[in-house]
Design a protein around this ligand. Structure first.
Ligand code: DGJ
Length: 779
């Protein structure tokens, strides 16, 4: 078999391309990635998907051959080579990997070649290497254009693929980079797309469409991740769902402007791509300057749950990942808003501690002249008006009750009516010294890329962290960036602002070991893996209505695990939708997350407090499972019934929440299949109802103790009948036959607890119901 660099196979590559031939097979957790550099041409991915098993050097040569397309009619005379940074010189006519130019217009379509390849820092000398997880770095250059590019491709131990690139201007004059957009290939049988839309209080709503010719482009120009962020852009085989279908997904780990795109060309190529969206001028590189783009993450799996799992495992493997005893948190926002009063807030702390709350967070309104949202933002000094003795009395009270104390900040923002804006108008982002952008929530953006502004905010925050026992910061960001420029030059500064915010977080964390930061942005508008490199929780949404949260939590967890998702039990009537819900529905919907309370407990009845205590107790009992286990979700064949579960790593325990979201055409019952269990293990399944039973809940006989529905004429599945201690079945039966589900009113939920009896002892002949653990894509 001739090498594909042979012109008879490859046609003519871009003239003058010379360099090494290197192929690398990375494989981890059921995923294979085969990387190829042939004769110095731009690195390409020959395979990203299901694990291939052992690959030899000869196989790699053949893989390069069998993935080279024919030369099409009326197309360039060379077969298309889709680089990870796709380039025009290779015949690519879709979205380019690198664009930019010099003052005279040259350099708009760099022709990069590969000079060397390193794996985990060591130069690769051999033509072929097979490794498990690892990071490969390609040193690329276009010498004629004065550009060097470092391209990194990593497969993590959990099978998550990620890539990022950096561009250095090695020329003698300025080069303006316009975009840097790495791309990952997906096969043509990925015919459907899934990504997300949203708005304030309605973040991460799924949208599905066919993967058709053209570009499905999700541009974000908000200067923050966005309530309407694409979140993850998936491409999958027809009908893919939580448990089935091959799915590839990408996510850009960045909190500023960014793009995600899915592109299908008429030449029959499909990519998923993304990167930072640079505003005009933000990519200006003086001689010797370097720009580095964010990570583009790629996750492959059989079904959406497995795609999600790779992200979860990756985040859980972070060095400073949170521990499993995530403290039950009370946030005072919906209880008191701006009405700060020591007596009321200490009373709230007493009530919280009595319930078993472990962290107490004082929200907006404690500083400067901030008595409402029109003034004081940016003055990070405790208000002597509301807190004449400082925060000490409240913090001492809270910590004295055994709870941690957390404090709200919005470090990147100012009200124009503030000390800081009056003293330093030049720190406020604006297109010129004479103009201001339109206000949003009465606020403007403080330019943290201005060294004076950065030091000022850092000094004020640091002083508070030094003075008080503050374990936790709720870091808010409540507006989009509009005309976000350095006021003195008028130059766009969103890129610099995003990196400055990261720097501020990093510095505070470095100086205050153990400090946790929650990423909040008008609710859930800053949820991404860039901010999560330095934060410990995201606030999913300002909407705590449990019905809305079913969807938002479900889809937020497509990227991040439960322990990083702020999930609160609020008062009966939702402050953002006006809906009224039972406590059991509010609590069951919040349970699969980092549990908190956001409710004026002085208004709660004794019965409600007693029930709330049992939910908190349950959360504490289950949190280790919730924060180490694997997420599983199902639709139960009806849009109305939503199943969300978590199965322990060794599949000996599981907990499921079954929620009825709406009325359906047929009674929302049917067989409830429990995904994720070990098919060969026998389990005991027990329905769980805490506190007041959901309205009109009607259990099937299997769930009720000592009832024969055929003879007991009074049996109507009445919810006051004692529930069974459990029914025993194999994981295979639970996954494929399922259990008769209860009849439920809309906006109610019940739980099922599953415990393994004896591993691997299901009756002989019981077969796994779907491809078992031997299916590599299951990892
Ligand atoms: C928006 C957040 O999402 C809320 O939880 C609250 O912190 C307010 N900001 C405070 O202004």
């Amino acid at each position: 078999m001739p090498e594909p660099s042979d012109p008879s196979l490859h046609g003519r590559g871009p003239q003058g391309t010379t360099g090494p031939t290197r192929r690398i097979h990375l494989s981890a957790a059921g995923v294979s990635v085969v990387l190829d550099v042939t004769g110095g041409r731009i690195p390409a991915i020959l395979h990203w998907g299901r694990e291939l098993g052992p690959v030899t050097a000869a196989d790699a040569v053949n893989l390069a051959a069998v993935t080279t397309p024919p030369v099409a009619n009326n197309a360039p005379d060379i077969p298309l080579r889709l680089g990870i940074l796709p380039q025009n010189a290779d015949g690519w006519l879709g979205t380019p990997g690198v664009t930019g130019s010099r003052a005279d217009g040259s350099g708009f379509a760099p022709r990069l070649t590969c000079r060397s390849v390193r794996i985990d820092g060591q130069e690769l000398q051999a033509d072929f290497l097979e490794v498990e997880d690892g990071r490969v770095t390609f040193d690329l250059a276009d010498e004629a254009q004065g550009l060097e590019v470092g391209l990194e491709v990593e497969l993590t131990a959990h099978g998550l693929l990620r890539t990022r690139a950096q561009v250095t201007n090695t020329g003698s004059d300025e080069y303006t980079l316009a975009s840097l957009t790495p791309a990952l290939p997906v096969p043509l049988d990925a015919t459907e797309l899934l990504d997300f839309a949203g708005r304030w209080t309605h973040e991460r709503t799924p949208q599905r469409r066919a993967f058709t010719t053209g570009t499905h482009l999700r541009e974000n120009r908000r200067g923050r991740t966005g309530a309407d962020a694409a979140h993850l852009l998936h491409a999958g085989t027809a009908g893919f769902d939580f448990g089935s279908g091959q799915v590839w997904a990408v996510h850009v780990g960045f909190s500023g402007n960014h793009t995600h795109l899915a592109e299908r060309t008429s030449g029959g190529t499909q990519i998923l791509a993304g990167g930072e969206l640079l505003l005009p001028g933000e990519g200006r590189l003086a001689a010797g300057d370097t720009y580095r783009g964010p990570w583009l993450y790629g996750s492959y799996g059989n079904g959406l749950d497995r795609v999600a799992r790779r992200f979860h495992r990756h985040l859980r493997s972070r060095e400073n990942h949170v521990s499993v005893d995530r403290p039950v948190t009370l946030n005072v926002w919906e209880a008191v808003y701006f009405d700060h009063d020591l007596e009321r807030l200490t009373d709230l702390a007493d009530r919280a501690a009595a319930l078993g709350v472990e962290r107490y967070v004082l929200d907006d309104g404690w500083f400067g002249s901030r008595r409402d949202d029109t003034s004081g933002l940016g003055d990070w000094q405790v208000s002597p008006e509301v807190w004449p003795d400082g925060l000490g009395p409240l913090i001492d009270h809270v910590t004295g009750l055994g709870m941690q104390f957390g404090l709200w900040f919005e470090p990147e923002m100012v009200n124009i009516d503030s000390e800081v804006a009056r003293a330093h108008p030049e720190w406020v982002m604006a297109p010129s010294p004479q103009l201001l952008p339109v206000e949003s929530r009465y606020q403007q953006v403080l330019n943290l890329s201005h060294p004076g502004a950065f030091e000022h905010v850092h000094r004020q925050m640091n002083a508070l962290l030094n003075e008080y026992d503050i374990a936790y910061i709720k870091w808010d960001h409540n507006r989009d960036l509009i005309e976000a420029a350095d006021r003195s030059t008028g130059a766009a500064a969103t890129h610099a602002q995003t990196l400055a915010a990261y720097r501020l977080m990093d510095r505070l964390k470095a100086d205050h070991p153990g400090l946790e930061i929650e990423s909040c942005s008008s609710g859930g508008a800053r949820v991404d893996l860039g901010v999560l490199e330095r934060t410990d929780r995201v606030w999913v949404s300002d909407c705590i209505d449990p019905l809305e949260r079913l969807g938002m939590n479900r889809w937020t967890s497509q990227l991040i695990p439960f322990e990083l998702m702020g999930s609160h039990i609020a008062s009966g009537r939702s402050h953002t939708t006006g809906r009224l819900h039972s406590l059991s529905f509010r609590a069951a919907s919040a349970l699969m997350g980092h549990l908190g309370i956001e409710w004026d407990l002085a208004e709660a009845s004794q019965e409600e407090l007693a029930e709330l205590r049992t939910w908190i107790q349950l959360y504490k009992e289950q949190r280790e499972l919730l924060f180490t286990g694997d997420l599983v979700r199902a639709d139960c064949g009806l849009d109305a019934l939503w199943l969300t579960g978590v199965v322990s790593a060794d599949k000996d325990r599981a907990l499921y929440v079954l929620a009825c979201a709406e009325s359906a055409d047929v009674a929302p019952g049917g067989q409830l299949r429990l995904p994720g269990l070990d098919p060969r293990t026998r389990y005991r399944v027990r329905p769980l109802v805490l506190g007041e039973a959901p309205s009109n809940l009607r259990w099937p006989a299997w769930a009720v103790n000592g009832v024969d529905p055929a003879t007991d004429r009074n049996y109507r599945g009445r919810h006051e009948l004692p529930l069974t201690e459990g029914i025993e079945l194999s994981g295979a039966a639970l996954a494929s036959t399922g259990l008769s589900a209860p009849l439920m009113d809309p906006e109610t939920a019940v739980l099922f607890e599953v415990i393994a009896l004896s591993p691997g002892t299901a009756p002989t002949g019981t077969q796994p119901t779907d491809p078992g653990p031997t299916d590599p894509a299951r990892a």
